[in-house]
Design a protein around this ligand. Structure first.
Ligand code: GLA
Ligand code: ZN
Length: 650
């Protein structure tokens, strides 16, 4: 049975309001509420005085309405008394400014005091409810690392960073050697001399910056795992553990797969539009975020905050159109969401999130959004089996956080964005309605047919070997630019022509490179049946000399027309493509379609804006046909209203 529900904050309203609220929530067809993730002070109003009586009442009432409960451990927002007792728990930005009490998540992951008090409230809370049959899920903290909370430059963090390095490197000589601190005379005599990468003139050592990113990930994930361990120790056997992943996961300073590893399942907060955005992110990008969350554990996932109303703190923006938030919900179910909670039951009248609108608004009327949620729950409660059914994708997109952080340390092009370069390879496959898994590069990908490797500049021998074996066996690999430039120390490979460890696999040599801006488009000419007549690259270009590979596109500018821009190399029973620049998506389409056809991967060409996602249950096919446009569209003798989704049994 799937859970459908809302995020409910009873402590935001008079107790007398609860009965009406629970009746209203029940009326949606809901069977779960999420509570408590910001209510530390309610449960420990004074240091060491634990009082769960308020939530005891809430849970009693919830049970009367037959609700199950997801309870959040409240360490994302700590009480004022704790911040006043230990100001050192407050994190600092790179300028040394303290993030003052009054916001949220502004704690330092390396504060011993914060870990002690978080441990205690988490243990007392979970212990208190270990036998509570209504509580079936614990959510650990809330959106780790979101809103810049994954970075802190306080002295505790600097000391912990030096300790982290001391444990990683045998001695200071090894660090000096591997970081290349001889450059600019930065040789360290001792780990205690090593700075945190706070602002300096020019920029910090790239290896220091990569290790600092790893240290941030370690700090956050060790805190998350410490709290998760306590929940696991204290919880009842009928209770599971999760945490909610926020959007912008490729812009975060922690490894999400590692973060979720000790959890029972992944939860995601799906906000296709937030804050002052004029319009939502494109449907393909929403789809990618869902495939990323499914890829974290290679299983279906929950959404514990699905957007229904416009959202923002001091600034809000685009209003989801009638049925559009509903459509995003169906898209999430199609891509592997098995249980869904909407954020939030009613918009709050006070506090920082007055403009984070809910299922119902401040006027307490049950309007359009209420009925949209009810429709979704009514419809999806018919598809329990489908929602639990596994998704078998034949195409994988690889990412690696060391590589992402290496790019963030040095973007090389002023308009480079990792997310955008991943989407550049993801988009044409999405447009053919194929299924993609977005997975960490250290995951086994040998069972896929096609592997996409976007801008993998940090690419070690181990990964190169697995990619070669995969291609040898008949797989298709598609690399994009700057592949194989650096090792895991963020050091450029010496004496190797690019693309370094995959030069033989791709059958090319990169002669020279040029960084481009987004506006600086360079035309390329197609000279292969896998190309358009012409296209263009921006952001970056590798000037390629084929050494066995076929040329698919060639540069046209006079001084460089002897160089290839895109190539294809046969390798064993497979093939490896190299996209040597930010190639326009139209230029990629012929190649992508051929690859999909050659591998007999199911695909269909729907009109732009119409997404089709097929799920299989007991050999029965269910097609989610989703109209992401505000126009009426016809497709496969079906007429879809603006933002309508139809689930069609084949
Ligand atoms: C996030 C948080 C919620 C709330 C919403 C507002 O996802 O988890 O607490 O701030 O955003 O949109
Ligand atoms: Zn700190």
């Amino acid at each position: 049975m799937s859970y459908f529900g809302v995020d409910y904050y009873p402590e935001h309203w008079p107790l007398s309001q609860m009965e009406e609220d629970l009746t209203g929530i029940k009326g949606l067809g809901a069977n779960m509420i999420r509570i408590g993730e910001f209510a530390w002070h309610v449960m420990e109003p004074k240091e060491g005085e634990f009082d769960f009586s308020y939530f005891d009442k809430v849970i009693e009432q919830a049970k009367a309405y037959d609700f199950k409960v997801m309870f959040g451990t409240p360490t994302a927002t700590f009480p004022a008394w704790l911040a006043n007792k230990f100001p050192s728990i407050l994190s600092k930005d790179e300028y040394g400014t303290v993030r003052e009490f009054g916001g949220r998540r502004q704690y330092c992951f390396n504060s011993e005091e914060y870990r002690q008090y978080s441990t205690r409230i988490t243990r007392e809370l979970v212990k208190h409810y270990r036998n509570e049959e209504a509580i079936v899920v614990w959510q650990v903290d809330n959106e780790f690392g979101h809103e810049g909370s994954d970075q802190c430059y306080c002295d505790q963090c600097k000391g912990a960073f030096q300790k982290f390095l001391k444990e990683k490197y045998n001695d200071i000589q090894e660090l000096n050697e591997r970081w290349g601190t001889i450059f600019w005379g930065q040789t360290y005599n001792d780990f205690t001399e090593i700075p945190a990468p706070t602002p300096t003139i020019t920029t910090h050592n790239p290896s220091l910056k990569l290790d600092w990113a790893r240290f941030r990930s370690f700090s956050l994930n060790s805190f998350a795992h410490q709290m998760t361990e306590i929940v696991r120790e204290e919880k009842g056997p009928h209770q599971e553990i999760t945490t909610n992943v926020s959007g912008g996961f490729f812009d975060k300073w922690f490894d999400h797969e590692e973060n979720l590893r000790p959890m029972d399942f992944v939860s995601y907060d799906n906000y296709p539009v937030w804050g002052g955005l004029e319009k939502p992110i494109p449907p393909s990008e929403i789809a990618m975020t869902l495939d990323f969350n499914r890829g974290l554990k290679g299983q279906n996932f929950w959404i514990v905050e699905e957007l229904m109303g416009a959202q923002g703190h001091d600034v809000i923006g685009y209003l989801p159109r009638p049925n559009q938030a509903k459509l995003w919900s169906y898209q999430a179910f199609a891509h592997g969401c098995s249980n869904m909670l909407y954020f939030r039951w009613r918009g709050m009248t006070r506090g920082a999130e007055q403009f984070c609108y809910g299922v119902i608004d401040h006027d307490n009327r049950y309007g359009r959004k209420y009925h949209e949620v009810k429709d979704v729950f009514t419809e999806m409660s018919k598809y329990d089996q489908l929602l639990e059914s596994p998704i078998e994708a034949e195409i994988a997109v690889l990412y690696d956080y060391d590589n992402i952080w290496s790019w963030r340390a040095q973007t090389q092009s002023k308009d480079f964005h990792f997310n955008q370069e991943l989407m550049r390879l993801y988009q044409p496959f999405y447009d053919l309605n194929t299924k993609l898994d977005v997975i960490p590069a250290d995951r086994d990908f040998s069972n896929y047919k096609v592997v996409l490797v976007p801008v993998m500049q940090v690419l070690n021998e181990e990964l190169a070997t697995r990619l070669k074996e995969f291609t040898q066996q008949g797989g298709t690999v598609i690399f994009s630019f700057r592949a194989g430039l650096k090792d895991k120390d963020n050091v450029i490979n010496f004496g190797q022509t690019l693309p370094g460890p995959v030069a033989d696999l791709t059958g090319i040599r990169v002669e020279e490179i040029e960084s481009l801006t987004a506006e600086h488009r360079l035309s390329v000419k197609g000279e292969h049946d896998l190309s358009q007549e012409e296209s263009y690259v921006n952001i970056w270009r590798d000037l390629i000399v084929p050494e066995g590979a076929e040329t698919i596109y060639r540069y046209t500018d006079s001084l460089y027309k002897e160089y290839a821009a895109v190539t294809r190399n046969s390798y064993g029973d497979g093939e490896a493509f190299y996209i040597g620049g930010g190639l326009d998506v139209e230029g990629l389409r012929p190649l992508v379609k051929k690859v999909v056809e050659n591998h007999n991967i199911d695909y269909e060409e729907s009109p732009i804006g119409v997404e089709v996602y097929t799920r299989v249950v007991d050999e029965e096919e269910y097609r989610f046909i989703m109209n992401h446009t505000e126009e009426e569209v016809s497709y496969m003798n079906k007429v879809l209203a603006p933002y309508e989704t139809q689930i069609v049994k084949k």
